[in-house]
Write a protein that binds this ligand. Structure first.
Ligand SMILES: [Cu+2]
Length: 414
Protein backbone atom coordinates (compact mmCIF):
# COMPACT_ATOMS: atom_id res chain seq x y z
CA UNK A 1 0.00 0.00 0.00
CA UNK A 2 1.32 3.44 -0.91
CA UNK A 3 0.81 6.01 1.85
CA UNK A 4 1.49 8.94 -0.50
CA UNK A 5 -0.39 7.98 -3.68
CA UNK A 6 -0.14 11.38 -5.37
CA UNK A 7 2.27 12.03 -8.20
CA UNK A 8 4.17 14.63 -6.11
CA UNK A 9 6.30 12.00 -4.39
CA UNK A 10 7.16 10.44 -7.76
CA UNK A 11 8.28 13.84 -9.06
CA UNK A 12 10.38 14.26 -5.89
CA UNK A 13 12.00 10.82 -6.29
CA UNK A 14 12.73 11.17 -10.02
CA UNK A 15 13.92 14.76 -9.52
CA UNK A 16 16.49 13.46 -7.04
CA UNK A 17 17.50 10.72 -9.50
CA UNK A 18 18.16 13.31 -12.22
CA UNK A 19 20.01 15.68 -9.88
CA UNK A 20 22.02 12.70 -8.51
CA UNK A 21 23.01 11.81 -12.06
CA UNK A 22 24.11 15.41 -12.62
CA UNK A 23 26.19 15.35 -9.42
CA UNK A 24 27.87 12.08 -10.43
CA UNK A 25 28.72 13.37 -13.92
CA UNK A 26 30.04 16.62 -12.41
CA UNK A 27 32.30 14.60 -10.10
CA UNK A 28 33.63 12.54 -13.04
CA UNK A 29 34.40 15.81 -14.83
CA UNK A 30 36.23 17.22 -11.76
CA UNK A 31 38.30 14.05 -11.20
CA UNK A 32 39.31 13.81 -14.87
CA UNK A 33 40.20 17.49 -15.03
CA UNK A 34 42.36 17.34 -11.89
CA UNK A 35 44.14 14.15 -13.00
CA UNK A 36 44.78 15.06 -16.64
CA UNK A 37 44.64 18.83 -17.21
CA UNK A 38 47.05 20.39 -14.69
CA UNK A 39 49.41 23.20 -15.75
CA UNK A 40 53.00 22.21 -16.64
CA UNK A 41 55.02 21.58 -13.46
CA UNK A 42 51.88 21.32 -11.31
CA UNK A 43 52.50 17.92 -9.68
CA UNK A 44 49.89 16.43 -7.34
CA UNK A 45 51.83 17.63 -4.29
CA UNK A 46 52.04 21.18 -5.66
CA UNK A 47 48.26 21.42 -6.01
CA UNK A 48 46.44 23.78 -3.67
CA UNK A 49 44.91 22.07 -0.64
CA UNK A 50 41.50 23.22 -1.91
CA UNK A 51 42.03 21.14 -5.06
CA UNK A 52 42.98 18.10 -2.95
CA UNK A 53 39.76 18.47 -1.03
CA UNK A 54 37.66 18.90 -4.18
CA UNK A 55 39.31 15.77 -5.66
CA UNK A 56 38.37 13.65 -2.64
CA UNK A 57 34.92 15.20 -2.45
CA UNK A 58 34.37 14.13 -6.07
CA UNK A 59 35.67 10.61 -5.32
CA UNK A 60 33.21 10.39 -2.41
CA UNK A 61 30.43 11.57 -4.73
CA UNK A 62 31.02 8.72 -7.20
CA UNK A 63 31.05 6.21 -4.31
CA UNK A 64 27.98 7.53 -2.43
CA UNK A 65 25.58 9.07 -4.96
CA UNK A 66 25.08 5.98 -7.19
CA UNK A 67 23.84 4.09 -4.10
CA UNK A 68 21.22 6.76 -3.34
CA UNK A 69 20.26 7.08 -7.01
CA UNK A 70 19.81 3.30 -7.36
CA UNK A 71 17.82 3.15 -4.10
CA UNK A 72 15.53 5.92 -5.36
CA UNK A 73 14.93 4.05 -8.64
CA UNK A 74 14.05 0.93 -6.64
CA UNK A 75 11.70 3.03 -4.48
CA UNK A 76 9.98 4.26 -7.63
CA UNK A 77 9.74 0.66 -8.88
CA UNK A 78 8.05 -0.23 -5.56
CA UNK A 79 5.59 2.62 -6.00
CA UNK A 80 4.67 2.31 -9.67
CA UNK A 81 5.80 -1.11 -10.96
CA UNK A 82 4.54 -3.21 -8.07
CA UNK A 83 7.97 -4.26 -6.80
CA UNK A 84 8.27 -5.09 -3.08
CA UNK A 85 11.96 -4.47 -2.33
CA UNK A 86 11.33 -2.03 0.54
CA UNK A 87 8.19 -3.75 1.77
CA UNK A 88 8.06 -4.34 5.52
CA UNK A 89 7.36 -8.05 4.98
CA UNK A 90 11.00 -8.52 3.81
CA UNK A 91 12.75 -6.12 6.25
CA UNK A 92 12.63 -3.52 3.48
CA UNK A 93 12.65 -0.49 5.83
CA UNK A 94 16.01 -1.65 7.30
CA UNK A 95 17.41 -2.06 3.78
CA UNK A 96 16.22 1.47 2.91
CA UNK A 97 17.85 2.91 6.03
CA UNK A 98 21.16 1.20 5.22
CA UNK A 99 21.17 2.36 1.60
CA UNK A 100 20.09 5.89 2.51
CA UNK A 101 22.70 6.33 5.25
CA UNK A 102 25.48 4.70 3.19
CA UNK A 103 24.91 7.83 1.10
CA UNK A 104 23.80 10.12 3.94
CA UNK A 105 26.85 9.99 6.17
CA UNK A 106 29.47 10.49 3.39
CA UNK A 107 27.22 13.29 2.13
CA UNK A 108 28.10 15.29 5.27
CA UNK A 109 31.77 15.10 4.26
CA UNK A 110 30.86 15.87 0.65
CA UNK A 111 29.46 19.13 2.06
CA UNK A 112 32.24 19.98 4.55
CA UNK A 113 35.41 18.85 2.68
CA UNK A 114 35.20 21.75 0.17
CA UNK A 115 34.70 24.06 3.18
CA UNK A 116 37.80 22.60 4.84
CA UNK A 117 39.59 23.26 1.54
CA UNK A 118 38.54 26.92 1.60
CA UNK A 119 39.83 27.30 5.18
CA UNK A 120 43.16 25.66 4.26
CA UNK A 121 43.40 28.00 1.26
CA UNK A 122 42.51 31.27 3.02
CA UNK A 123 44.44 30.94 6.31
CA UNK A 124 47.98 30.92 4.80
CA UNK A 125 47.19 33.97 2.63
CA UNK A 126 46.14 36.14 5.58
CA UNK A 127 48.71 34.73 8.02
CA UNK A 128 51.44 35.35 5.38
CA UNK A 129 52.82 31.87 6.07
CA UNK A 130 52.77 28.59 4.13
CA UNK A 131 50.12 26.11 5.32
CA UNK A 132 51.45 24.13 8.29
CA UNK A 133 51.79 20.41 7.42
CA UNK A 134 50.64 20.41 3.78
CA UNK A 135 51.00 16.63 3.45
CA UNK A 136 49.33 15.97 6.82
CA UNK A 137 46.34 18.07 5.72
CA UNK A 138 46.14 16.23 2.38
CA UNK A 139 46.48 12.85 4.16
CA UNK A 140 43.79 13.76 6.70
CA UNK A 141 41.45 14.51 3.78
CA UNK A 142 42.12 11.02 2.41
CA UNK A 143 41.54 9.48 5.87
CA UNK A 144 38.25 11.35 6.38
CA UNK A 145 37.05 10.23 2.94
CA UNK A 146 37.92 6.58 3.72
CA UNK A 147 36.56 6.45 7.30
CA UNK A 148 33.42 8.28 6.17
CA UNK A 149 32.29 5.06 4.46
CA UNK A 150 32.52 2.90 7.61
CA UNK A 151 30.29 4.85 9.96
CA UNK A 152 26.86 5.19 8.32
CA UNK A 153 25.12 2.95 10.88
CA UNK A 154 25.67 5.55 13.63
CA UNK A 155 22.50 7.11 12.20
CA UNK A 156 20.70 3.84 12.99
CA UNK A 157 21.69 3.23 16.61
CA UNK A 158 18.05 2.75 17.62
CA UNK A 159 17.35 0.29 14.76
CA UNK A 160 17.60 -3.45 15.53
CA UNK A 161 21.32 -3.99 14.82
CA UNK A 162 23.63 -6.49 16.63
CA UNK A 163 25.55 -4.86 19.48
CA UNK A 164 28.95 -5.89 18.06
CA UNK A 165 28.26 -3.80 14.98
CA UNK A 166 27.16 -0.85 17.13
CA UNK A 167 30.53 -0.98 18.93
CA UNK A 168 32.42 -1.13 15.60
CA UNK A 169 30.46 1.83 14.23
CA UNK A 170 30.98 3.78 17.46
CA UNK A 171 34.76 3.23 17.34
CA UNK A 172 35.09 4.04 13.63
CA UNK A 173 33.09 7.24 14.25
CA UNK A 174 35.50 8.18 17.07
CA UNK A 175 38.44 7.59 14.69
CA UNK A 176 37.21 10.36 12.36
CA UNK A 177 37.99 12.79 15.16
CA UNK A 178 41.71 12.04 14.59
CA UNK A 179 42.15 13.33 11.00
CA UNK A 180 39.69 16.14 11.76
CA UNK A 181 41.77 17.06 14.81
CA UNK A 182 44.89 17.03 12.60
CA UNK A 183 43.25 19.61 10.35
CA UNK A 184 42.24 21.90 13.22
CA UNK A 185 45.73 21.60 14.74
CA UNK A 186 47.34 22.46 11.39
CA UNK A 187 45.04 25.44 10.91
CA UNK A 188 45.90 26.82 14.35
CA UNK A 189 49.61 26.17 13.71
CA UNK A 190 49.31 28.03 10.38
CA UNK A 191 48.00 31.10 12.23
CA UNK A 192 50.57 30.70 15.04
CA UNK A 193 53.09 33.56 14.90
CA UNK A 194 51.89 34.61 11.45
CA UNK A 195 51.65 38.30 10.61
CA UNK A 196 47.89 38.09 10.55
CA UNK A 197 45.70 40.44 8.52
CA UNK A 198 42.17 40.31 9.94
CA UNK A 199 40.30 40.64 6.66
CA UNK A 200 36.76 39.31 6.20
CA UNK A 201 37.67 35.96 4.53
CA UNK A 202 39.97 35.14 7.46
CA UNK A 203 37.37 36.18 10.05
CA UNK A 204 34.80 33.85 8.47
CA UNK A 205 37.37 31.00 8.51
CA UNK A 206 38.28 31.50 12.18
CA UNK A 207 34.56 31.63 13.04
CA UNK A 208 34.00 28.49 10.98
CA UNK A 209 36.69 26.59 12.91
CA UNK A 210 35.17 27.60 16.27
CA UNK A 211 31.62 26.68 15.21
CA UNK A 212 32.70 23.40 13.61
CA UNK A 213 34.63 22.45 16.74
CA UNK A 214 31.43 22.65 18.83
CA UNK A 215 29.67 20.41 16.29
CA UNK A 216 32.60 17.98 16.35
CA UNK A 217 32.48 17.69 20.12
CA UNK A 218 28.73 16.98 20.26
CA UNK A 219 29.43 14.47 17.45
CA UNK A 220 31.62 12.47 19.86
CA UNK A 221 28.66 12.44 22.29
CA UNK A 222 26.30 11.19 19.58
CA UNK A 223 28.73 8.55 18.29
CA UNK A 224 28.54 6.95 21.76
CA UNK A 225 25.46 4.79 21.24
CA UNK A 226 24.12 4.74 24.83
CA UNK A 227 24.05 8.57 24.70
CA UNK A 228 22.49 8.45 21.26
CA UNK A 229 19.72 6.23 22.65
CA UNK A 230 18.92 9.05 25.09
CA UNK A 231 19.00 12.03 22.71
CA UNK A 232 17.99 10.36 19.43
CA UNK A 233 15.16 12.28 17.69
CA UNK A 234 15.61 15.31 19.98
CA UNK A 235 16.84 18.87 19.42
CA UNK A 236 20.31 17.80 20.59
CA UNK A 237 20.75 16.20 17.16
CA UNK A 238 19.38 19.32 15.46
CA UNK A 239 21.94 21.43 17.32
CA UNK A 240 24.80 19.05 16.40
CA UNK A 241 23.88 19.01 12.72
CA UNK A 242 23.68 22.79 12.49
CA UNK A 243 27.04 23.37 14.17
CA UNK A 244 28.68 20.84 11.81
CA UNK A 245 27.18 22.24 8.63
CA UNK A 246 27.22 25.95 9.50
CA UNK A 247 30.85 25.67 10.66
CA UNK A 248 32.00 23.13 8.08
CA UNK A 249 30.16 24.39 5.01
CA UNK A 250 28.16 27.63 5.36
CA UNK A 251 30.72 29.93 7.02
CA UNK A 252 33.48 28.69 4.66
CA UNK A 253 31.15 29.45 1.72
CA UNK A 254 30.92 33.05 3.02
CA UNK A 255 34.73 33.10 3.37
CA UNK A 256 34.97 31.88 -0.23
CA UNK A 257 32.53 34.55 -1.44
CA UNK A 258 34.60 37.33 0.18
CA UNK A 259 37.90 35.77 -0.95
CA UNK A 260 37.06 35.07 -4.61
CA UNK A 261 34.48 37.83 -5.30
CA UNK A 262 37.29 40.19 -6.47
CA UNK A 263 38.54 37.48 -8.87
CA UNK A 264 35.04 36.72 -10.15
CA UNK A 265 33.84 40.31 -10.60
CA UNK A 266 36.91 42.55 -10.57
CA UNK A 267 35.59 44.46 -7.53
CA UNK A 268 36.21 44.16 -3.78
CA UNK A 269 33.40 43.59 -1.29
CA UNK A 270 33.10 46.18 1.49
CA UNK A 271 35.16 45.23 4.55
CA UNK A 272 32.83 47.05 6.96
CA UNK A 273 29.69 45.24 5.79
CA UNK A 274 31.72 42.01 5.64
CA UNK A 275 32.81 42.27 9.26
CA UNK A 276 29.28 43.16 10.33
CA UNK A 277 27.94 40.16 8.41
CA UNK A 278 30.54 37.83 9.95
CA UNK A 279 29.87 39.05 13.51
CA UNK A 280 26.07 38.74 13.11
CA UNK A 281 26.29 35.26 11.54
CA UNK A 282 28.67 34.04 14.26
CA UNK A 283 26.54 35.44 17.10
CA UNK A 284 23.35 34.30 15.37
CA UNK A 285 24.59 30.71 15.09
CA UNK A 286 25.60 30.60 18.77
CA UNK A 287 22.32 32.16 19.96
CA UNK A 288 20.13 29.97 17.76
CA UNK A 289 21.76 26.59 18.20
CA UNK A 290 23.71 26.39 21.50
CA UNK A 291 20.45 26.48 23.47
CA UNK A 292 19.05 23.68 21.30
CA UNK A 293 21.43 21.23 23.01
CA UNK A 294 19.62 22.03 26.26
CA UNK A 295 16.20 21.77 24.59
CA UNK A 296 17.17 18.29 23.37
CA UNK A 297 18.46 17.17 26.77
CA UNK A 298 15.15 18.41 28.23
CA UNK A 299 13.37 16.08 25.84
CA UNK A 300 12.04 18.34 23.10
CA UNK A 301 11.55 16.11 20.02
CA UNK A 302 12.72 17.25 16.61
CA UNK A 303 10.40 17.82 13.63
CA UNK A 304 7.68 19.50 15.70
CA UNK A 305 6.09 22.91 15.33
CA UNK A 306 4.39 22.79 18.72
CA UNK A 307 5.94 21.80 22.02
CA UNK A 308 4.98 21.42 25.63
CA UNK A 309 5.44 24.41 27.92
CA UNK A 310 7.14 22.20 30.51
CA UNK A 311 10.21 23.64 32.24
CA UNK A 312 11.95 26.42 30.31
CA UNK A 313 11.26 25.09 26.81
CA UNK A 314 9.26 28.19 25.89
CA UNK A 315 12.08 30.54 26.95
CA UNK A 316 14.70 28.44 25.15
CA UNK A 317 12.66 28.48 21.95
CA UNK A 318 12.26 32.26 22.15
CA UNK A 319 16.05 32.66 22.55
CA UNK A 320 16.59 30.35 19.58
CA UNK A 321 14.12 32.34 17.47
CA UNK A 322 15.82 35.65 18.33
CA UNK A 323 19.13 34.05 17.29
CA UNK A 324 17.70 33.03 13.93
CA UNK A 325 16.80 36.68 13.22
CA UNK A 326 20.37 37.77 14.09
CA UNK A 327 21.66 35.05 11.75
CA UNK A 328 19.32 36.18 8.97
CA UNK A 329 20.44 39.80 9.42
CA UNK A 330 24.05 38.62 8.98
CA UNK A 331 23.19 36.87 5.72
CA UNK A 332 21.28 39.97 4.56
CA UNK A 333 24.37 42.13 5.21
CA UNK A 334 26.33 40.03 2.72
CA UNK A 335 23.51 40.10 0.15
CA UNK A 336 23.43 43.93 0.41
CA UNK A 337 27.24 43.96 0.23
CA UNK A 338 27.24 41.91 -2.99
CA UNK A 339 24.56 44.09 -4.64
CA UNK A 340 26.31 47.36 -3.71
CA UNK A 341 29.87 46.19 -4.46
CA UNK A 342 29.00 44.77 -7.88
CA UNK A 343 28.52 48.36 -9.05
CA UNK A 344 30.44 50.52 -6.57
CA UNK A 345 33.12 48.28 -5.05
CA UNK A 346 36.82 49.25 -5.17
CA UNK A 347 38.45 47.93 -8.34
CA UNK A 348 40.36 44.82 -7.26
CA UNK A 349 43.15 44.35 -9.79
CA UNK A 350 44.52 40.89 -10.53
CA UNK A 351 45.94 40.04 -7.08
CA UNK A 352 44.32 42.06 -4.25
CA UNK A 353 45.29 39.67 -1.41
CA UNK A 354 48.88 38.91 -2.49
CA UNK A 355 47.71 35.31 -2.60
CA UNK A 356 49.66 32.16 -3.45
CA UNK A 357 47.70 30.28 -6.10
CA UNK A 358 47.61 30.72 -9.87
CA UNK A 359 44.14 32.18 -10.32
CA UNK A 360 45.59 35.47 -9.01
CA UNK A 361 48.04 35.55 -11.96
CA UNK A 362 45.33 36.36 -14.49
CA UNK A 363 43.12 39.44 -14.76
CA UNK A 364 39.99 39.95 -12.61
CA UNK A 365 37.56 38.82 -13.91
CA UNK A 366 39.58 36.29 -15.91
CA UNK A 367 39.32 36.34 -19.74
CA UNK A 368 37.60 33.39 -21.43
CA UNK A 369 40.95 31.67 -22.05
CA UNK A 370 42.09 32.20 -18.40
CA UNK A 371 45.79 32.63 -19.25
CA UNK A 372 47.39 34.07 -22.39
CA UNK A 373 50.49 32.02 -21.52
CA UNK A 374 50.13 28.96 -19.30
CA UNK A 375 52.55 29.58 -16.43
CA UNK A 376 55.17 27.03 -15.42
CA UNK A 377 54.65 25.88 -11.81
CA UNK A 378 57.75 25.35 -9.64
CA UNK A 379 56.32 24.98 -6.13
CA UNK A 380 53.10 24.72 -4.11
CA UNK A 381 52.95 28.54 -4.00
CA UNK A 382 53.47 29.57 -7.64
CA UNK A 383 52.43 33.23 -7.17
CA UNK A 384 55.19 33.70 -4.59
CA UNK A 385 57.69 32.39 -7.14
CA UNK A 386 56.32 34.70 -9.82
CA UNK A 387 56.47 37.77 -7.53
CA UNK A 388 60.01 36.87 -6.48
CA UNK A 389 61.07 36.48 -10.11
CA UNK A 390 59.47 39.80 -11.14
CA UNK A 391 61.19 41.54 -8.21
CA UNK A 392 64.53 40.00 -9.14
CA UNK A 393 64.26 41.13 -12.78
CA UNK A 394 63.27 44.66 -11.83
CA UNK A 395 66.01 44.78 -9.17
CA UNK A 396 63.50 45.89 -6.55
CA UNK A 397 62.18 44.46 -3.30
CA UNK A 398 62.85 40.72 -3.46
CA UNK A 399 60.40 39.72 -0.73
CA UNK A 400 57.65 37.59 -2.22
CA UNK A 401 54.89 39.74 -0.79
CA UNK A 402 56.53 43.10 -1.49
CA UNK A 403 56.43 43.07 -5.26
CA UNK A 404 53.36 43.27 -7.44
CA UNK A 405 53.27 41.54 -10.77
CA UNK A 406 53.01 44.17 -13.56
CA UNK A 407 50.45 43.70 -16.31
CA UNK A 408 53.25 43.13 -18.84
CA UNK A 409 54.48 40.06 -16.96
CA UNK A 410 51.03 38.57 -17.31
CA UNK A 411 51.25 38.84 -21.10
CA UNK A 412 54.68 37.24 -21.56
CA UNK A 413 54.50 34.82 -18.62
CA UNK A 414 57.29 34.71 -16.07
CU1 LIG B 1 27.02 10.39 10.19
Amino acid sequence: MIHTPNVGADAWIMGLVVSGLGTILGAVNIITTILTLRAPGLTMFRMSVFTWNILFTALMVIMAFPVLTAALLVLEADRRLGAHVFSSSVAGPMLWQHLFWFFGHPEVYIMVLPGFGVISEVLPVFARKPIFGYKAIAASTVAIAFLGFLTWAHHMFTAPIPEGILVFVMLSSYFIAVPTGVKVLNWVATLWRGSIEFRTPLLFCVGAIAIFLIGGISGIFLATFPIDWQVNETYFVVAHLHFVLLGGAVMPIFAAIYYWFPKMTGRMLSEGLGRLSCALIFLGILTTFLIQHVMGLDGMPRRVYEYDTVGHLQLYNVISTIGSFILAAGVAATVVNVVLSLRKGTVAGPDPWQANTLEWFTASPPPANNFDVVPLVRSAEPMKDIRREVARRSGGDASPSGATVPAGARQVGV
